[in-house]
Write a protein that binds this ligand. Structure first.
Ligand SMILES: C[S@@+](CC[C@H](N)C(=O)[O-])C[C@H]1O[C@@H](n2cnc3c(N)ncnc32)[C@H](O)[C@@H]1O
Length: 215
C-alpha cells in the first residue's frame, strides 16, 4: 500500500513541469476548463474585495488568476507539485501579482497548521488525488473562515474504471501516485459534521462541483 508521503512525492512526479507547461498553454488558449468555470460561477456572486483565497492543489493557478483579476486581496497556493507551482509563480510575476500571490510546496493535510486561514478555500480536482479524504477535508474546514468550493468525481463503477486506468498509467511510468474515488455521501458528511452548509451544487460530468458556507 502506498503511504501518504510516497503518494505526495508521486504527485510531484505525475504533475511534472512538462504537464504544467502543457496545461498552461491550454489555459492561455482556452481559459479555465469546464469544471473550474463551474467553480468560478459558484463563487462569482461573492464580493471578493479584501478577501483572501487559499487554493489547494491549484495547479497552474487558473482560480487564483480569476480571483486576483476580480479584485481579491491575496492568494496562497499550496501544491504537492513543484512543476505546477513554478509555472504559477512565473505567471504571477509576469502579471505584477508577486506581492499578492504566495506559493507553498507541500502536502496540505500535513502543513495546514503552518498556514493562515483564508476567507475562501478551493480544492479543484484535488480530493481525488489524496488517499485520505477525511484528513484533507477536515484540514480545509479548519483553514477557511467563510467558503469552501470543491470539485470531485462521482462515485460508481465508471469512475472506478477511469481511476484504474490512471493507476495503471502511473505504475507504468513507475510513479507511486494514483487517483481515488471517494464515496460522495461520506465527503458531504464531513462538511455537515463540521458545521458547513452546502449553498451550491452543479455537475460537470463526471465531476461534482459544490460550494459550502460556514454556518
Ligand atoms: C488534478 S490536479 C488539479 C489541478 C488544478 N486544481 C486544476 O483543476 O487544473 C491535482 C493537483 O492537486 C495537487 N495535490 C494533490 N494532493 C495534494 C495535497 N495533499 N496537498 C497539496 N496539493 C495536492 C497536485 O499536485 C495537483 O497539482
Amino acid at each position: 500500500m502506498t503511504t501518504i508521503k510516497e503518494h505526495c512525492c508521486g504527485a510531484d512526479l505525475f504533475f511534472d513541469e512538462k504537464t504544467a507547461r502543457k496545461q498552461y498553454r491550454q489555459y492561455l488558449k482556452k481559459g479555465p476548463g469546464k469544471v473550474t468555470t463551474r467553480m468560478i460561477r459558484h463563487l462569482g456572486p461573492i464580493s471578493l474585495s479584501e478577501k483572501s483565497l487559499l487554493d489547494i492543489g491549484g495547479g497552474i493557478g487558473a482560480l487564483q488568476w480569476w480571483f486576483l483579476e476580480k479584485g481579491g486581496k491575496e492568494t496562497t497556493a499550496v501544491d504537492a507539485s513543484s512543476g505546477y507551482l513554478t509555472q504559477a509563480e512565473t505567471h504571477a510575476g509576469q502579471h505584477g501579482w508577486g506581492e499578492r500571490a504566495r506559493f507553498v510546496f507541500g502536502d496540505f493535510a500535513e502543513i495546514h497548521m503552518q498556514l493562515e486561514p483564508a476567507d475562501i478555500l478551493t480544492l479543484d480536482k484535488v480530493v481525488c488525488c489524496y488517499p485520505d479524504y477525511q484528513m484533507i477535508l477536515e484540514s480545509a474546514c479548519q483553514k477557511s473562515t467563510q467558503y469552501i468550493s470543491l470539485s470531485y468525481p462521482m462515485d460508481g463503477i465508471l469512475s472506478k474504471i477511469v481511476a484504474l486506468v490512471g493507476l495503471i498509467s502511473a505504475r507504468w511510468k513507475g510513479i507511486s501516485f494514483r487517483p481515488y474515488i471517494h464515496p460522495v455521501s461520506k465527503i458531504r458528511q464531513v462538511f455537515e459534521q463540521h458545521g458547513w452548509n452546502r449553498i451550491n451544487h452543479s455537475f460537470a460530468f463526471p465531476w461534482h462541483v459544490e460550494t459550502y458556507q460556514k454556518k
